[in-house]
Each structure stands twice: as C-alpha cells, then as structure tokens.
Design a protein around this ligand. Structure first.
Ligand SMILES: CC(C)(COP(=O)(O)OP(=O)(O)OC[C@H]1O[C@@H](n2cnc3c(N)ncnc32)[C@H](O)[C@@H]1OP(=O)(O)O)[C@@H](O)C(=O)NCCC(=O)NCCS
Length: 293
C-alpha cells in the first residue's frame, strides 16, 4: 500500500470547495442526489469527522466518522453507541482509483480520529457481500463481532444485513494474534504445521464461504446458507471473524463456488485478555441491538 502522490485532508464546515468535491465523489460512487452538499453540512454540524484523499485537486476517496451517538442515525441500532466508541459511517473510493489501498489508509487514520476524541474503539458495519471493504476492515485490525440480519429493519432481499466490526485500540496485541490465526488457517491442511500458531494454544477455526459483490459484473449475491452459518457462529457460539481470505485475483469473479472465505476463531482458544474483552464487546453489541428493537 502506498499513498505516494496522494494527500489526506480533513473536510471542515467552511471549506465549500472540499464539500462540493465530496458531493461530486458521492455522485460518482453512490449516484445522483440533490442534497449531497446539505447532507455533508448536517454531518459536520453534528460533529462528524470527514477525511478525504486528494490526487492534486481531485478528491478520490473519503470516510465519515460519527464521534458521538447520533440522534439522526438512519439505523435504529447504533443510536446507543457506547460512550467510548466512534462510529465508522462510510467510506468510498472513486472507481478509477480503486486498488491503491486508499480505504485501508483512511481506516487506519480513523484510529487517530478516535484517539483525538479520547475514544477506545471504532465500531463499523459492512455488508457481508462487500468483500473489498470487509477485507480492508479486517486488514486494519478489525474483528467481526456480530451479524445483524436486519440492521436497517426488515427486508426480504436481505440487503439490510450487516456485519459489525470493531477496531479496539486497547488491544494493541490483537494484530499479532490475528496474524497467528491467519497462519493457523493457512496451515490447516498441513498436519505437520497444525498447532504451530506461535504462542497461541491450539486454535479452533471455522471457515464460512462468502459470496461477494460482483461489482460491475453482477448484483449482490447474498448466500443464505453462508449467512446462516456466520450468524450461528457469531451469535450462538463464541466466535469472532478474523480475516477474509480470497482466492487468486483472477479467480475472484468466477461464476460458481465461494469467492472468498471468512476465517472465524473461537474466543476460547485466544489469549485470555483478548477473549474477555471481545466477549464483553459481543455482549454489549447484542444488548444495544436488543434495546433498539
Ligand atoms: C470498498 C471500497 C472503498 C474499497 O476501495 P479500495 O480502497 O480501492 O480497495 P482496494 O481494491 O485497495 O482493496 C480491496 C482489498 O480487498 C481485496 N478483495 C477484492 N475483492 C475481494 C474478494 N472478492 N474477496 C476477498 N478479497 C477481495 C483486494 O484484493 C484488496 O486487498 P489487497 O490490497 O490485500 O489486495 C470501494 O470498492 C468502494 O468505494 N466501494 C463502493 C462503496 C462501498 O462499498 N463502501 C464501503 C461501505 S462499508
């Protein structure tokens, strides 16, 4: 990942030029809407932090972060955002600038935003089929702690389902453990290597096939059984999602078969401090969701 040639800026309320550029980027990525400028102004007035990547004068990527629980939130579920967390609201990259790691760079910057505001966690949501985004959240040190089938309310098409991802700044040792879990996953078919996961006790891993957004080549293709499995592991069992493993680049957009695998690890096999904190986060998120229903 290289940010060479790009600059990250913060969009502030009186920077009309940046707010207009952001509206152009939103139109490119999300489609035409009359009120993009007004929308941005509302977010800034509510204290959200908006950061953007510039290629010279052109705005090519952005992230929105809500710092406090948001009374205007379009989702009923994170209205009760924990006081020690910021809410990662959205990120986008101009299609002509994808593949440069710009979202990942902005997700890492979010840690600074959280620290600036004295917060310890970043809570975000992502569509289970949005493989590039999910991949980047996990690469930024995120952990999938929950799956909500109806995050934005009931919808028979399943499009309101979201995974809930937490980046916990109080767990700096997490990324080392995450790497060991990924190594354990890669070694799983090699009996000589199984169990050799650094300082971890033997891992209990599970893998869920993910059917992913096929971008320009097709619509979202949610897979009901994969969703059911992820739901079960995250809700009923003490699993967390650790990594999204993809096939070789030229196999990502094939017509059949799983296009990626979500690697889940049982908390009972992770170091105690990490397991306890993630378990507490899982319970807290479940509680927030239950209150909102
Ligand atoms: C999601 C989005 C921001 C990512 O843009 P980006 O920063 O250019 O992403 P990149 O292509 O650099 O990174 C995607 C990563 O996912 C990987 N990936 C892509 N498709 C994948 C798949 N099907 N399975 C697994 N991994 C996949 C890529 O290989 C890459 O990882 P790498 O850098 O280790 O190779 C961009 O696609 C976008 O704007 N989408 C529309 C808006 C959106 O969905 N926003 C996120 C809302 S949560």
């Amino acid at each position: 990942m290289s940010l060479e040639g790009f600059e990250i800026i913060r969009v502030v309320p009186d920077d009309e030029e940046a707010i207009d550029s952001l509206a152009d980027l939103e139109t490119t990525v999300l489609g035409e809407r009359a009120d993009w400028v007004e929308d941005t102004q509302d977010c800034l007035a509510d204290g959200w932090v908006i950061e953007a990547v510039m290629d010279g004068d052109k705005m090519v990527a952005s992230t929105f972060t809500a710092v406090e629980a948001d009374r205007h939130d379009d989702s009923p579920t994170l209205v009760r955002l924990p006081a020690d967390a910021v809410h990662g609201k959205g990120s986008m990259v101009d299609p002509n600038y994808r593949g440069h790691g710009l979202q990942l760079a902005l997700l890492k910057r979010r840690e600074e935003i959280a620290r600036e505001h004295g917060k310890q966690r970043i809570i975000s949501t992502v569509r289970p089929e949005n493989a590039p985004s999910l991949h980047n959240f996990l690469a930024a040190g995120g952990v999938v702690v929950h799956y909500d089938r109806e995050f934005f309310g009931p919808d028979p098409t399943g499009d309101t389902a979201r995974l809930i991802v937490v980046q916990d700044l109080q767990l700096p040792e997490w990324t080392t453990v995450q790497k060991a879990v990924i190594k354990g996953y890669k070694d799983r078919d090699n009996p000589r290597k199984t169990g050799d996961s650094g300082s971890l006790p033997p891992l209990t891993l599970s893998v869920a096939p993910m059917y992913v957004d096929r971008g320009a080549s097709g619509p979202y293709s949610p897979d009901a059984s994969a969703r059911g499995y992820i739901d079960l592991l995250l809700r009923e069992a003490d699993y967390v999602g650790v990594s999204l493993q993809r096939p070789a680049r030229d196999q990502i957009y094939t017509d059949e078969g799983p296009r990626a695998e979500l690697v889940l690890a049982s908390l009972s096999t992770l170091p105690e401090r990490i397991a306890e904190r993630l378990q507490a986060t899982k319970s807290e998120i479940r509680h927030i969701l239950a209150l909102a229903r």
